[in-house]
Design a protein around this ligand. Structure first.
Ligand SMILES: [Mn+2]
Length: 423
């Protein structure tokens, strides 16, 4: 406890613990399935951690909502959470917008929320220095400086004088982002001076060093391009950088530059993956530890694939666990799959806890409708019924399905011959 001269001598109001989270995507659905229960459970867990750990400041690095026009229910969840946070030990809450958010929607209640120590930066400020927030303790002394840089849209960084000097739009945008952050850090450094106040950066962007996974719900930052900037834009003197946008928890470039990732699995691509929030331990401006607090999987997601017998046996195995789960099925076999979703769902009714959310096919078109092997004979010399049998041979249609398909095929032939199909 020595060497602290600012903001307090006794250290009573010092910032000791910060919680970093992002990419909540409130209101997100999975294949049209509501996820309210999962959000509620995550918010309960977040509040529990804040109370148990005595968190001083909460940072939410963008993608608060899943879309720019949140439903009434999504807004209700957001404001209920904020009101619970106001009566928590957390003294400062900083929220920035992500690429999924509407900046103006987030900003609308900002003045009111400011009175509750909730600081929102939705729209990028004309003067980037205004995104630097000096946050005060109860005595009015600055105890934490947060660089709250929201997701930067093209229009926020494309100044006419910048774009003219660049041959391509991508370098112009990149350069605009770098310049924006540079001005933010210049201001933060000036505010910090030689005090012991920690400076934390926030951003919602794609760093060169970051990793996205397929189907993890991370939307491309810019249509047609994926602009990534170097982690080097965050200067070494920053205490920590709290990022949003990538959905798995990870470091980016340096140990104290991190993406917390989304707290719930965004898609089946993330089934079974680690979800977390980060807890930072601080002493003055020094980071003394980063801990990962695991967020449980509130809705089990399972992916299975194979041909129909394999899918059935895997469903039976999963169903036997008597555990609530959502399943994504990918059919990779060559059997006919016309009503597979319905058939599998009927089968899964035996397991009330198991719900099939989607059935896809990975089988190439050529395998679904291969050319029948006619042994070199001209198709005109073979009856349509025989051609159909050859087709089922090359598709390896199980014997049990063939009689039904033959009858259906007969009906089609009949309707073509009688012209009924064209009525
Ligand atoms: Mn996101």
């Amino acid at each position: 406890m020595t060497g602290w001269t600012f903001p307090t001598q006794d250290g009573e109001n010092m910032i000791r613990k910060i919680l970093h989270t992002s990419d909540w995507h409130i209101g997100r659905k999975l294949k049209e399935h509501d996820r309210t229960r999962e959000f509620q459970k995550f918010f309960d867990e977040l509040l529990r951690i804040i109370h148990d750990e005595n968190i001083d400041a909460l940072l939410v690095a963008g993608d608060i909502f899943d879309n720019t026009t949140p439903t009434v229910q999504a807004q209700d969840m957001y404001y209920s959470l904020l009101s619970r946070l106001v009566s928590s030990p957390c003294r400062h809450i900083v929220i920035i917008s992500g690429n999924h958010d509407s900046p103006s929607f987030l900003d609308a209640p900002a003045d009111l929320l400011e009175h509750c120590r909730i600081h929102v930066v939705g729209q990028a400020r004309q003067d980037p220095a205004e995104e630097v927030l000096p946050l005060s303790d109860s005595e009015g002394r600055t105890e934490l400086i947060v660089c709250a840089v929201p997701f930067l849209r093209n229009r926020d960084v494309m100044r006419a004088d910048i774009s003219d000097s660049f041959s391509d739009i991508e370098s112009a945008i990149k350069s605009g982002i770098v310049e924006h952050y540079r001005r933010v850090f210049e201001r933060a450094r000036e505010l910090q001076g030689d005090s012991d106040v920690p400076v934390i950066a926030m951003g919602h962007l794609f760093l060169q060093e970051g990793r996205a996974r397929p189907d993890d719900g991370t939307r491309e930052l810019y249509v047609g391009t994926a602009i990534r900037v170097d982690a080097g834009i965050f200067p070494e003197w920053l205490t920590y950088t709290a990022l949003g946008h990538l959905h798995s928890p990870q470091t980016a470039g340096r140990d104290n530059i991190r993406y917390s990732g989304s707290p719930i699995q965004m898609g089946f691509g993330e089934a079974g993956q680690n979800k977390a929030v980060y807890i930072l331990d601080l002493e003055g401006r020094h980071l003394t530890g980063i801990r990962e607090a695991q967020i449980p999987e509130y809705q089990r997601l399972e992916r299975i694939s194979g041909d129909i017998p394999s899918i059935i046996s895997q469903l039976g195995e999963l169903g036997g666990r008597n555990e609530a789960m959502w399943v994504e099925v990918t059919h990779t076999g060559t059997e006919a799959t016309g009503s597979l979703h319905k058939e599998l769902s009927d089968y899964a009714k035996a397991f009330p806890e198991l719900e099939i959310l989607s059935v896809n096919s990975d089988t190439p078109e050529s395998e679904i409708i291969p050319s029948p092997d006619t042994g070199g004979r001209n198709l005109d010399d073979i009856s349509p019924e025989k051609i159909f049998d050859l087709l089922m041979d090359s598709k390896k249609t199980p014997e049990s399905q063939r009689e039904l398909f033959r009858r259906m095929y007969q009906e089609i032939l009949h309707s073509i011959e009688t012209g009924e199909a064209y009525q």
